[in-house]
Structures are given as C-alpha cells and as structure tokens.
Ligand binder design. Structure first.
Ligand code: ADP
Ligand code: MG
Length: 491
C-alpha cells in the first residue's frame, strides 16, 4: 500500500500511509485508538475505498473495489466485531457466499468438505453444528480463520484478535498462526497488547494520527520506545499517584455476606469515599460475578448491599442505578451502547428517564452536556452527532464512561476498565478514576492485569471460589503474594 489517504466527514483518517507485508511474515500494526489502523485495513479488505494511493499484490497494481475483490486477491479480514451469521452453523458460515471458481459452479458440498479438511489439517476442533451465536469468542475466531483459508487467503488481517481471549486460547491462536506462517501465509496483526508482540510479530509498524511513523523489526523496537512513538510524547509514570483516603471518609458501599447463584458465596467488604478497592483473582474466581450481583445484573440470593447507609432492596439493574451504582463492563454492546446512535444520544440515553421526569432538557442542552464530556474525556469524534459505531474501541469505551458521568452515581464498579484500550487511553481512564475519587466516589475495580490492580487500588481483595480469600493494603501487596493468594498456595 503506498501513499494511502482517506477522509471521513471532519476527520483525515489516513494521511499518506505506506505499508507492506511479505509472505510468511506477521506484521503488527500498533497505534492509539483512532490512529487509523482499522481504516487502513478496511481499505485493503475492500470495505472502504481510499481517496488516494495505490495497492500492489505480488508486485502488480490492483483495484480493490469491494470485499469480493479483496477475497479474490487472497486477502482475508477478521474484524473486531465478527461477521458470522448468528443462526448458521460453523460449516455453513465458512462456506457462505463462496464464489464459484472460474467456470465452475458453486458446489456447496465440495466447499463443506474442503472446510472440514482445512479444520482437520489445522487441528482445529469446533462444534460444527452449533449456531455461531452460541460459539465462544475463540471459536468464532477460529471459524473466521477457517473461512479465510477456505477462500485461499494468503494474507490474513486480524484486528485485536486476543482482546477477549484467555491466555490458553491466545497460546492456541499463536500456534496456529505459526503453522500458517510456515506455509507462507502473511498476517497483519493489530493489537493493543504490546507485551505479546515479541512472541508473535516479525515487524511492527506504528501508526499515529493517520500516518505511518516507523516500521522496524520487533527485536529492534523496545516497548517503551514503541509507546513513545505511538503517543508522540513520553508518558509520565505508568500509574498516577493515588491520593490518600481521608481518615473520616464515609463508607459509600457496604456489601455484607453477599450471595448469588453465580459463584458468589458470602462476600463482605466496604468501600469508602475516595477509595479504590481492587478485586484480584484467577479467571473464574468470581470477581465479575460479585460486581454483577452488586449492580443487579445478576440476582443476589442473599446478603445486603448498602449505599450511603441505605440498603438497596430491589435486586435489578434499575434499582442499582437509582441507588447511585454505576457498572462499567468491558462488553460495550451489553452496556447499552447503541452503536447506530450518535455520541449525544448515547451520552444522554442512560438518563432519559431522569430527563423526562425532571425539567425539560433541550437539544441544545444535550449537545452542551455531550460536548463537555467529549472535551473532558478527550473522545476523538468529529462531533456530538457522529454515530458511535464509527468511533474506535477506546473512544467507544469513553462514551460509555460519559454516559455514567452525566449522572450522579457515587459508587463505580469497573470490570476490566482498560481491556482492549491503548496506552494513551489507559492513562486517561486512570485520570478519570482519580477525578471520580475527588468527587467523593467509591470505586470497585476488577482487573486481570496484576500491575493495574497493584498500581490503581488502595486495597486489594483476592477472590477465590466466590469468596474473599485475602486482603492486602497497597503497601503490602506484592505480585507474588497476590498470585499466591489467588491460587490458594503459600507465598
Ligand atoms: P484505529 O483502528 O487505529 O483505532 P480507526 O481506523 O478506527 O482507528 O479510526 C481512524 C479515524 O477515522 C478515527 O478518527 C475514526 O473516528 C474515524 N473513522 C473511522 N471509520 C469511520 C467512519 N466510517 N465514519 C467516520 N469516521 C470514521
Ligand atoms: Mg481499530
């Protein structure tokens, strides 16, 4: 790709980007949210048309005027939001819409047996009859890879493939990529997990503000330098200093002997105004289940949830919101972010009820509120009227936060607040947490990233088997001690 340019109304997404991938290479694309990575790859995949620039495949200039053209050129794209048909099974999804090869009519049966052969060859086992909507993220991803291979893809683009995978699934994906690489398949690999790049990428290209800033062999690009190139500035200390919790700070949230069918087996703790309590633990320990029960997303079957001294009686999300509890999860869609609606509509949505009960709020006021949040959270969007689906992941996450900030919640439950978010946006989310503390909020944070839990919590509660297995003050929490407590072994 040479000198690629692309503008959207109000944004110059790509400003003369040149980028190449060689056979058998994994080429990582990194950059902050909104840098232009996805746009560049959507142009390659024929989802967008570039305003300018040229593309060559195997040294020949090509025109990619749609997804079918890209497919014929051997380009397979696996999007962040998968493209499977929810009600179709694995094989049906793999063969769906395969173009008949030259002169030959489409033979679905042959395509299906080729799909089975590809899966077998790669050593992939999948529940073949299960509808896509019931596949795990990892299974959907494998289906997408098989789909690309059955179409003879020689270049596979993966947009943040490991964001929602467990460590084991990530290992399996990397093994599969290595196998395909050996067969000469090339990969473009977009990821925010910078620490995994040395394991997987041969070269790295850094994109910033719509430009390709640098391309280097992975071994020649240390992580700190990569981050500097990405953000265009040296980032201050990774985690901000946490202000002390005032000795007379009131208890914002008290949880007593909380139980829920979903692996919450008698949990008690308190969070004070200005305090962040981190929940650490292994996958499946019950951390998410605890915050879901507090948020009313799962029904608590026993125990007490008290906000500012008042018990929350009803066990549903609405009652939790009424009580001043905000729940921010990594699943942006499930949080009621309506992708087709604008930033303004989404920002004001959570509080429509309040707006309609309270004084009438005009469109102008809504725009004002939204613009304030856009500025405060540095949401990268051309305007409050942009559809949320056009924003990058990190910026969508900020819209979710904006939604809650316009309300008056005093207890914030964050579940994996920075997963799939770039380093710059991470720092901004941390700053925002400090602002919430300064307003007197109490925060519960679930995070699988140990440095984040250690760096951003006043106290750390280790969850194991749906119970609090250990508690550490910030000063005593070493990675070794927390891991040992999470695994149930002596440090
Ligand atoms: P990245 O993948 O690096 O996070 P994107 O390529 O998604 O970044 O976005 C680059 C810029 O282009 C952002 O400012 C984004 O808001 C904008 N953008 C991307 N797609 C669209 C679209 N369909 N309409 C309008 N703006 C878009
Ligand atoms: Mg993207």
């Amino acid at each position: 790709m040479a000198a690629i340019t692309k503008s959207f109304p109000g944004v110059r997404a790509l400003d003369g980007v040149s980028f190449e991938v060689v056979a058998g290479e994994v080429h990582a694309l990194v950059g902050e949210n909104g840098a232009g990575k996805s746009t560049l790859m959507k142009i390659l995949a024929g989802a967008y048309t570039a305003d300018g620039g040229t593309i060559e495949i195997d040294g020949k200039p090509v025109t990619i005027d749609g997804p079918k053209a890209a497919e014929r050129l051997g380009i397979g794209m696996i999007y962040q939001e998968f493209n499977l048909v929810p009600d179709l099974g694995v094989i049906e999804n793999i063969v769906l819409g395969i173009e008949p090869t030259r002169g030959v009519f489409l033979d679905t049966k042959a395509a299906a047996s080729r799909a089975t052969a590809v899966l077998a060859e790669l050593g992939i086992t999948l529940p073949l009859d299960r509808p896509a909507r019931r596949l795990s993220v990892a299974e959907q991803q494998l289906t997408e890879i098989a789909k690309a291979l059955v179409r003879h893809a020689r270049l596979i683009v993966m947009d943040e493939p490991t964001a929602a995978l467990t460590d084991r699934e990530t290992d399996a994906l990397f093994a599969l990529i290595a196998k395909l690489k050996a067969q000469g398949v090339a990969f473009v690999y977009i990821s925010h997990r910078l620490e995994e790049l040395p394991r997987i990428a041969d070269r790295i290209t850094v994109i910033r503000d719509g430009r390709a800033i640098e391309t280097r062999a992975t071994s020649a690009l240390p992580q700190n330098e990569m981050i500097q190139l990405m953000v265009g500035r040296a980032l201050e200390a990774h985690f901000p200093d946490l202000p002390q919790v005032a000795t007379d700070a009131p208890v914002r949230l008290a949880v007593r002997d909380l139980r829920a069918a979903s692996n919450v087996n008698g949990v008690s703790f308190e969070v004070r105004a200005g305090e962040i309590v981190g929940l650490a633990g292994l996958v499946g320990a019950g951390r998410t289940e605890i915050v879901r029960a507090i948020a009313g997303a799962d029904v608590a079957t026993g125990g007490e949830i008290v906000v500012d001294g008042k018990p929350v009686v009803a066990r549903n999300p609405h009652a939790a919101i009424e009580a001043g509890i905000a729940f921010i999860t990594e699943d942006r869609k499930a949080q009621g972010l309506v992708l087709g609606m604008t930033v303004r509509e989404n920002t004001t949505l959570a509080h429509l009820a309040a707006y309609s009960r309270g004084p009438f709020i005009s469109r102008a006021e809504e725009v004002g509120i939204t613009n304030r949040e856009i500025a405060e959270l540095r949401i990268r969007t051309p305007s409050s009227e942009q559809a949320v689906k056009n924003l990058s992941g990190g910026n969508q996450q900020k819209v979710v936060l904006a939604k809650w900030l316009t309300g008056d919640a005093r207890v914030f439950l964050f579940d994996e607040p920075t997963r799939g978010v770039d380093v710059g946006a991470k720092a901004e989310i941390y700053t925002l947490m400090l602002q919430l503390l300064a307003r007197g909020a109490g925060i519960v944070m679930v995070s699988s990233e140990l440095p984040e839990v250690l760096g951003m919590s006043h106290r750390i509660l280790v969850v194991r088997g749906g119970k609090i297995a250990a508690e550490f003050a910030r000063a005593d929490a070493t990675p070794e001690a927390v891991i040992a407590a999470a695994a149930g072994v002596a440090a």
